[in-house]
Design a binder for this molecule. Structure first.
Ligand code: GDD
Ligand code: MG
Length: 366
């Protein structure tokens, strides 16, 4: 079976960390999101993945090359971004070899979906496309569907206005698509599958839904990314921390699972790591520092008596002593945060910025 993964978005909501890496390279428990997705596809018999790329494709190629978890990886390049539909047509030559349906995935989704069940559900109907569906409390920032008793989609509205639809069933960003989809998509222009193709399929009565439970998250926003990291930690490091080799953890440090710690990382005396933290490779955490509910990218350096809670610390960032960083703040790669600074409320610090004053309300510091 083949799968097409949309890996070309700009990751706007994860700036500034997405300025230097694509969303699919963001680590979850110290492994890139794409790695987790490939692993779950491999477990369900997918043997080839086409990555639809444009933005920083070279970083993905450098990290994943042409084979991972037994899956052959092919790169389908876009000279300019083609949206969520254009990449399908662009990748036609890689996907239409066997005449069978294929999967398509939004590249920022982490889920426990059973791809085989989606495939079976797709084959059991006369669908041209089957969308995996989830129920959520607030559907407004997703594609929303209305479904009949036969799992046929009666209506699909992308990012509906308040009150436009009563349904709480959303497009989970995972699809099974027939080869016939290629004939619906024009060549070479940006297309939104959600706004331009799905409404057509609804009219033809050939769009179906497949509801699933288990975990699901779109990791494209800071708090959702932190939650995605938690979900992975719950799976792999629930009772025991997930530790790489060669870690210098002080015997006086407290590690509270779920936690993942990368190789060659140092944790000082009386520090507390966790619960729910991922600390990358080659990180230094000095004494008396607490890191909970956060992601620390590789090579960051965090001085003593600092507290990081619900935040994301970029690669090689340097954080001073007695610093407090919390509430979805993002510190860009190689930024330098001075002693005694407090950052709270979704503050974003640009890469390489040196900051010596506190910022206590939402702002992007350039
Ligand atoms: N190759 C390529 N080219 N990929 C792209 C492009 C492009 O021009 N634009 C976006 N993508 C990728 C993104 O990287 C992401 O993996 C996926 O397409 C969806 O784009 P998002 O920008 O993340 O969309 P969204 O989260 O607002 O909405 C989508 O996902 C929701 C589920 O999380 C829609 O499909 C909604 O209907 C859905 O509910
Ligand atoms: Mg998204």
């Amino acid at each position: 079976m083949n799968a097409l993964i949309l890996a070309g978005g700009f990751g706007t909501r994860l700036r500034p960390l997405s300025c230097t890496r694509p969303k699919m390279m963001f680590p979850l428990a110290n492994r890139p999101l794409l790695d987790w997705i490939l692993e779950s596809l491999a477990q369900k018999g997918v043997t080839k993945v086409v990555l639809a790329v444009n933005y920083m494709a070279d970083i993905l190629k450098k990290n994943f090359a042409s084979l991972k978890h037994g899956i052959k990886i092919v790169y389908s390049y876009e000279r300019k971004p083609l949206g969520t539909g254009g990449p399908i047509k662009n990748a036609e030559r890689f996907l239409n070899k066997d005449g069978n349906p294929f999967f398509m995935l939004n590249g920022d989704i982490l889920s426990s979906i059973n791809y085989s069940n989606l495939y079976d559900a797709h084959r059991a109907t006369k669908a041209e496309a089957t969308i995996a569906l989830r129920e959520v409390e607030d559907p407004s920032r997703f594609g929303v569907v209305e479904l009949n008793g036969k799992n046929q989609i009666q209506n699909f509205v992308e990012k509906p206005n308040e009150g436009q639809l009563q349904s709480k069933l959303i497009n989970a960003g995972v699809y099974a698509l027939n080869q016939s989809i290629f004939s619906l998509i024009p060549n070479g222009r940006k297309i939104s599958i959600e706004r331009e193709i799905f409404p057509k399929l609804v009219k033809n009565r050939s769009l179906f839904g497949y509801k699933f439970d288990g975990f699901w998250i779109d990791s494209g926003k800071p708090n959702d990314y932190i939650t995605a990291n938690k979900l992975v930690l719950d799976r792999i490091a629930c009772s025991e921390p997930f530790l790489e080799k060669e870690i210098g953890i002080s015997s006086k440090a407290k590690i509270i699972p779920p936690v993942a710690i990368g190789s060659n990382t140092i944790i000082g005396d009386d520090s507390q790591i966790g619960p729910y933290s991922s600390i990358g490779d080659n990180v230094t955490i000095a004494k008396g520092t607490n890191v909970m509910n956060s992601v620390v990218f590789p090579k960051a350096w965090i001085d003593r008596f600092t507290s990081i809670n619900g935040a994301i610390i970029g690669e090689g960032a340097i954080i001073g002593q007695w610093v407090k960083i919390e509430d979805q703040c993002i510190v860009g790669d190689h930024a330098v945060i001075g002693d005694n600074v407090t950052l709270t409320q979704k503050v974003q610090i640009c890469p390489r910025k040196e900051l010596n004053n506190s910022v206590l309300q939402p702002a992007t510091i350039m």
